[in-house]
Design a binder for this molecule. Structure first.
Ligand code: ZN
Ligand code: MN
Length: 479
């Protein structure tokens, strides 16, 4: 049996997070809005109306292009009508771009879980409007035009993916980047990031592209991965059985977890593309483009390498800390405020701050705990002023409080008890209350010391200094 490899290209649709739609002033915030409440004559295509292009859409699309390593932007690009009939497309055409798209010739590099980098080529990137939504209910079709005119970036990759796993990682990293750049919320379940996959297979070592199938309408990254994987396997089975791959359009059935055949697809000629007569060309001066490129923030991958290099933290830490932009900024500010070992700060951020973020379903930027407050807590623990466990509790006490960590420690009496007399008295009480354990310890079970220390910590509400407690307990038990 020959060895096969998969050849996969993606067509992604990204909803830009502008306040208003691409050609009118209607709100884009239509998630859960009652149907047909965010519409006007322009986005529903009533006769006699004229669209006008939302400048922010172009700005955000240019940011996207810069992040995709696009070298040059066409000084003029054109909007075009893509004509087709569908009930949720009231104009009878979608305003998109065709022969002169906004940008082309880019690439996106992202890490695979094993740490290796993959680079995928970006063939083109253009802006367009979304169509409406059709809902099937009680064997009726219900149409919601709220999405009509919501701004999208369509981005087409080269046929560069070789596995479903690569496709999944690409989408994870694309989503991360879109949120990092604050140009899209990229929530797949809300349709803000959509992905169609073109899948074909060939014998390994061949160069030609075989007939492909197109997988559409998959609403999560895990499902895209599963759909692509099952389509690769289906194609291998077909070819092995001596059958031809036909150019089908396939849909993913979420409930069954399986692909099914959809309508056959229009060819490009069926769309009768022509330039949009009601809109001027989009002009991008070389100055505007240069400004967009230079204002691009440091991207996740670059920040990740810089974190390992500059702070000497493991690559794993650097990866976790750069998952999200505000978290990476929080870490960096905390390291600067702390001034000590960055790995120690990294441990606190990765274990404790991230746990709070998850528990409270928020982000580092909105946690209500400042990086300098974290640094102060870490220093209090390092100096032995407070125990580790009190330090962890302080994180939530500091949230939203106008007192500093040091003030809380002082005013609430949280400092660690290292006072010899106080600890001795507590230790004596514990020994008295647990004669069996004392006898066992003295009979040779010296491992019980940990249990005694634990009792001390519990009695003191975590405030006893464990080192002093241990020393005092050992003295009493042996004496
Ligand atoms: Zn409108
Ligand atoms: Mn499109």
């Amino acid at each position: 049996m020959p060895e096969y490899e998969a050849v996969i290209g993606l067509e992604t649709h990204i909803q830009l997070n502008t306040k208003s739609k691409i050609f009118c002033a209607c709100s884009t915030d239509s998630w859960r809005a009652p149907p047909n409440t965010h519409i006007c004559p322009i986005c529903t295509g009533l006769p006699g109306v004229l669209p006008s292009l939302n400048r922010r859409v172009v700005e955000k699309a240019l940011i996207m292009a810069a992040a995709m390593n696009v070298g040059e932007i066409a000084p003029e690009s054109y909007l075009a009508r893509k004509n087709y009939f569908y009930p949720d497309l009231p104009k009878g055409y979608q305003i998109s771009q065709y022969d002169e798209p906004l940008a082309g010739n880019g690439s996106f590099e992202f890490p695979m879980p094993d740490g290796n980098l993959r680079r995928i080529s970006i063939i083109k990137l253009h802006i367009e409007e979304d169509a409406g939504k059709t809902v099937y209910k009680n064997s009726k079709r219900l149409i919601d035009f709220n999405r009509c005119g919501v701004p999208l970036v369509e981005m087409v990759t080269g046929p560069d993916f070789r596995s479903a796993e690569e496709v999944g990682q690409f989408l994870i990293r694309l989503r991360q980047l879109l949120r990092w750049l604050e140009i899209s919320d990229a929530d797949m379940e809300r349709g803000q990031l959509r992905c169609d996959a073109n899948v074909s297979i060939r014998e390994r070592g061949q160069q030609r592209l075989n007939t492909k199938t197109e997988i559409k309408n998959v609403n999560s990254i895990a499902n895209v991965r599963d759909a692509v994987q099952s389509e690769i396997q289906r194609q291998v089975r077909e070819v092995e059985a001596g059958r031809k791959i036909e150019s089908w359009t396939l849909g993913w059935d979420d409930d069954r977890g399986a692909l099914s055949k959809m309508r056959s697809k229009e060819t490009e000629a069926d769309y009768r593309y022509f330039r949009e007569p009601d809109l001027l060309p989009i002009q991008t001066s070389s100055e505007d483009w240069a400004a967009t490129v230079s204002q691009l923030p440091e991207l996740p991958l670059a920040r990740r390498s810089r974190f390992s290099a500059d702070y000497g933290i493991p690559d794993y830490d650097a990866g976790v800390l750069t998952e999200e932009r505000s978290l990476s900024e929080f870490f960096e500010a905390a390291v600067a405020a702390h001034g000590g070992d960055p790995k120690r700060v990294s441990n606190w951020v990765m274990n404790d701050v991230l746990r709070l973020i998850r528990e409270q379903d928020t982000s580092a930027g909105e946690l209500g705990l400042r990086p300098d407050e974290l640094a102060e807590i870490i220093r209090l623990v390092e100096r032995g002023t407070i125990s580790n466990s009190v330090g962890k509790e302080l994180l939530t006490q500091v949230q939203g409080s106008d007192r500093t960590p040091s003030q809380i420690v002082e005013e609430d009496g949280l400092a660690q008890v290292t006072d010899f007399g106080e600890l001795s008295a507590a230790a004596a009480q514990i020994l008295e209350a647990n004669p069996d354990q004392v006898a066992a310890y003295r009979g040779g079970k010296s491992g019980l010391i940990g249990w005694f220390v634990g009792q001390m910590m519990q009695e003191s509400g975590g405030q006893a200094d464990p080192k002093s407690a241990r020393k005092i307990l050992e003295q009493l038990l042996e004496g």
